[in-house]
Design a binder for this molecule. Structure first.
Ligand SMILES: [Cu+2]
Length: 489
């Protein structure tokens, strides 16, 4: 369907060892040996999952018998022991995830807990049944015949013939339908919103300016409800949202709009006639139903204390003649020696030092973490000194950590109120250090007994091929913005 770029480090099921000399063929046909056999592997995003079932990028397999080097089984086990929340599953095969997800390999995985007071079938606090609707937002571009279009000319075609740094579609699809309308009753609804796009951020708001309430984030319910008039959501993030339509008169139509720039935050504004619109809601002629009052407390998020040194990790972009050619974490490619090896049970602070011009949604597998704060820093001086210490990326040697302390400016800024819960994907903004606190233990582990070297998972997370952390802009993830994450006993 789409141009597989074999100049990236990718699954390569036919084991193409030599890329023929330039000039490279246009797609189609591209490289025919790269186009046949589709490697894929499923990752349950946000899941506390054994590593053999986590969808490691090298654990891919084809419809035949060809398997990646980390493959152990195609039968996965999900313990489902974590808090109830909006998870989703999608392809994670090395270097081809952007194409497989764009082709449709993504879906919701709503984890429920009948023992949770808001999820109990007898509770009427939250809308349920037909009034609880998952909304997967994805941008797409279609050809005249209705088939999907994906970029097939690279921005640096002499280096990567087909890869582009970000794919942005020119239409918005919700649950597989372009710009849908939903007929609603004049009452409250619960929407499980997912940004399932490859690279597009959304800043969502209603055309009538009405507010709405966010009750949950990536990993579960927020500590308390947060009233919003706009919701910023990056690829991979989820938001559990209540919207009250009870004051709208019958026949009224309102539009869920988007005003996030692409790339985010400093790119072009969306066309208000096209990608500036997400979907429409039209009110049926019915008696209004008013929402019950929400409790002030929805969840208790434990206070964690770090038990290991802070990790300072950079986000790097390497420029080619016509724009980015590769995007890196800590200056390293995917196959450089593993450097993120926390002890199971440990609690670590990670400082994500963004040296690029864009926001990157950074996702860690296995864990739900807490966002501590963000702080601006002197990017130019840091890059100069980092490059003096480490050289120009991609680095051959292990990265020497350059503490960001001497480059910080201003005060740390608290996360947004709707980031105060459990998160598995965090927006790392340009020019900022984003600090997160990560505990390698189940979400509900008692902090008093969570210690480095103590495994509280119902499985052994130190065995198997390990986990990964990566940028959730799929075009970045496919071109080296992903690193292994291996837990030690
Ligand atoms: Cu990125």
């Amino acid at each position: 369907m789409f141009a597989v770029d074999p100049t990236l480090h990718w699954a390569n099921p036919n084991n193409i060892s030599m890329i023929p000399p330039r000039p490279w063929p246009k797609f189609p046909p591209g490289f025919p040996d790269a186009q046949i056999l589709v490697p894929l592997v499923t990752h349950l995003h946000g899941g506390e999952t054994p590593s053999v079932s986590d969808g490691h990028p090298d654990a891919w397999f084809t419809a035949g018998i060809i398997r990646g080097e980390a493959f152990e089984t195609s039968l996965y086990t999900y313990p489902n022991m974590q808090q109830p929340t909006t998870l989703w599953y999608h392809d994670h095969a090395l270097g081809i995830t952007r194409l497989n997800v764009y082709a449709g390999l993504a879906g919701f995985y709503l984890l429920r807990d009948p023992n949770n007071p808001f999820e109990n079938p007898n509770s009427s606090i939250l809308p349920s049944g037909e009034f609880e609707i998952p909304l997967a937002i994805q941008d797409r571009t279609f050809k005249c015949d209705g088939s999907l279009f994906f970029d097939k000319v690279g921005i640096n075609p002499t280096i990567h013939p087909y890869w582009t740094p970000e794919f942005f579609g020119n239409t918005i699809m919700v649950n597989g339908k372009v710009w849908p309308n939903l007929n609603i009753e004049p009452r409250h609804y619960r929407f499980r919103i997912l940004n399932g796009s490859n690279a597009r951020f959304y800043n969502l708001k209603f055309s009538n300016g009405q507010s709405f309430i966010q009750i949950g984030t990536d990993g579960g319910f927020l500590p308390s409800p947060v009233t919003l008039t706009s919701l910023l959501i990056a690829p991979g993030e989820r938001a559990d949202v209540l919207v009250d339509f009870s004051s709208l008169s019958p026949g009224t139509s309102i539009i869920l709009e988007n005003d996030a720039n692409t790339p985010y935050p400093d790119g072009d504004p969306p066309d208000p006639e096209t990608v500036g619109q997400i979907m429409q809601f039209t009110v049926r002629d019915q008696e209004p139903v008013y929402p019950p009052e929400l409790p002030e407390t929805l969840n208790t998020i434990p206070k964690l204390t770090p038990t290991a040194p802070t990790r300072t990790l950079t986000l790097n972009e390497v420029m080619g003649p016509d724009g980015p050619v590769i995007v890196l974490l800590n200056g390293q490619k995917w196959d450089a020696p593993i450097s993120e090896t926390p002890k199971v049970g440990a609690t670590e602070d990670w400082e994500l030092v963004n040296l690029t011009g864009d926001t990157h949604p950074i996702h860690l597998h296995l864990v739900q973490f807490q966002v501590l704060n963000r702080q601006i820093f002197d990017v130019e001086r840091y890059i100069n000194d980092w490059t003096l210490v480490n050289g120009t990326p991609p680095l051959k040697n292990p990265t020497v950590t350059l503490p960001v302390t001497g480059y910080l400016q201003g005060q740390p800024v608290s996360p947004d109120p709707n980031e105060m819960g459990w998160k598995d994907t965090v927006r790392a903004n340009p020019g900022e250090v984003t600090r997160i606190r990560v505990r390698y233990a189940p979400q509900d582990a008692n902090p008093a007994i969570t210690l480095p070297g103590v495994n509280l998972y119902p499985f052994d997370p130190t065995r198997g091929p390990g986990y990964v952390w990566h940028c959730h802009i799929l075009d970045h993830e496919d071109n080296e913005m992903m690193r292994p994450l291996k837990l030690l006993p």
